[in-house]
Write a protein of this length. Structure first.
Length: 331
């Protein structure tokens, strides 16, 4: 059976792009592969940009990310869900991999180049980020990694690191494959400025735990098809982010009704957005209720994370021991 690994950044509240692009996929893979689905909040990766890092927030955001995933349907009894820093072997295997990885290869990583050029001084950890990511995956000998397109290059590097280790010390690690999360990159931001992204700020995102009133305030002013200058002008829902959102949140009947209504000017944009809110409420309401219950019971969340870390260590420690032996450390 395949073993799935995915790391989740503790970067605050997930938005609907994360939900449809990644979180729902985690739940589906969990149903399929059970405890062979390993998900980890990657808090060791968080401080790689010291300028944007807030130590006071890290633990709270880590807990929030667990709450959001559990509320979205991930069952910690069915999958392994834990916090990266609770399993120390991630850092140890990461170090072994730095010894095998040429600096030049890391400097060619697109994400590194993008991030480094915005910084005055580049921390070595930012350069090593994909090496730690390789350790996250290979510490469990995972062979299947659901990712967005921007991470494919890092998974290629993980394969390369596995090959190098196996060549130097004998066959130890599998070469994992990236599985692209369907639709992950196509969800537009509510500000109409391209893809929904946390890095563009809250004006771009609809949070899955965001109060519905706040979501409505953003939707109310969201741009629509510019062809609809007057209520009587027909529009094209395929050129409108509200049309895209209907496909995510509304039932087939509503989608057909608003798409036809838009093209014939039979429906106004405000009414179209109100219909969308019905679907959003039906979708996000239960998630937000579960999140509120989990937030009221932080001990449950902490216990689930502690259990997840125990399960993760039970897999990771023998693999780390095997790697230590291969490299030749005195035992
Ligand atoms: Fe967009 Fe709906 Fe207005 Fe058409 S009717 S332009 S889909 S908001």
């Amino acid at each position: 059976m395949p073993r799935v690994f995915s790391g989740i950044q503790p970067t605050g509240e997930p938005h609907i792009g994360n939900y449809f692009g990644a979180m729902r996929n985690y739940v589906a893979l969990g149903e399929q592969y059970g405890k062979n689905s390993i998900y980890c909040v990657v808090d060791l990766h968080a401080p790689t940009n010291p300028a944007a890092f807030d130590p006071a927030l890290l633990a709270a955001r880590t807990l929030d990310m667990a709450v959001a995933n559990f509320a979205a349907g991930l069952d910690p009894q069915k999958v392994i869900f834990f916090v990266q820093s609770h399993v120390r072997e991630h850092a140890e295997l990461g170090w072994l991999f730095t010894l095998l990885t040429p600096v030049g290869e890391l400097e060619r990583m697109t994400q590194y180049k993008d991030k480094a050029q915005k910084l005055e001084s580049t921390p070595a950890g930012l350069l090593m980020y994909p090496v730690l990511q390789a350790a996250d995956i290979l510490l469990y000998k995972a062979d299947t990694v659901p990712v967005g397109e921007d991470q494919v290059q890092h998974i290629e590097l993980t394969r390369e690191i596995a090959r190098k280790f196996n060549h130097a010390y004998g066959e130890t690690f599998p070469e994992p494959r990236a599985v692209l999360a369907e639709g992950a990159l196509r969800i537009p931001g509510v500000d109409g400025q391209g893809k929904m992204s946390k890095s563009k700020g809250e004006a771009s995102t609809l949070g899955i735990l965001e109060p519905l009133e706040s979501i409505w305030q953003k939707l109310r002013v969201a741009p629509t098809d510019p062809a609809r200058v007057r209520r009587t002008d027909p529009g094209d829902p395929d050129k409108c982010l509200v049309g895209d959102y209907h496909k995510l949140f509304s039932d087939a009947e509503t989608v057909a009704e608003v798409y036809a209504g838009c093209r014939t000017a039979g429906i106004g944009c405000v009414d179209c957005k109100k219909k969308l809110m019905v679907g959003i409420g039906a979708h996000l309401g239960p998630i937000q209720e579960r999140a509120a219950a989990l937030q009221a019971d932080p001990d449950y969340v902490r216990d689930a994370l502690a259990q997840g870390a125990r399960e993760a260590r039970a897999i990771a420690q023998p693999i780390m021991e095997e790697a230590r032996e291969r490299v030749g450390f005195l035992r």
